[in-house]
Design a protein. Structure first.
Length: 130
């Protein structure tokens, strides 16, 4: 494989990864993300960020990066707003050491829960029930 072709393929992979990441981050500021604001007030998030950065990072990671939601083709489905997706409704499906992939044709989404072992930040209850 030529170096030029390898660079082109690398560029395509990076572009795809960037598109996927941006789809997972609807708000520019984590504390303004609707997925967090479903559970915490703006004031609580600001206070948490100021006084307990580890907890803040854990909360942001959990609600925004501990899973992926992909839109899938569907006919006559009831679309879900992935920008305000609430992972806590699905947490009971998460497994300790394997990803869980669920397809909801009714809503036109595919949800992937990362395993507890894969999580960069864990909630206090994650990893204690094995």
């Amino acid at each position: 494989m030529s170096a030029r072709l390898l660079r082109k393929l690398s560029f395509i992979v990076l572009c795809f990864a960037a598109m996927r990441l941006s789809a997972q981050s609807p708000a520019s500021s984590p504390s303004a993300d609707p997925r967090l604001l479903n559970h915490y007030s703006q004031e609580e998030l600001n206070e948490m960020e100021k006084n307990d950065i580890t907890k803040f990072n854990t909360v942001v990671y959990y609600y925004t990066r501990s899973y992926t939601v992909e839109n899938i083709d569907c006919n006559g489905c009831t679309p879900r707003d992935t920008a305000a997706f609430d992972i806590s409704e699905f947490e009971h499906f998460r497994k300790a050491n394997e990803r869980v992939v669920m397809t909801y044709k009714k809503y036109g989404i595919r949800l992937t829960l990362f395993s507890v072992d894969e999580l960069k930040y864990k909630l206090p209850t994650q990893g204690t029930e094995r």
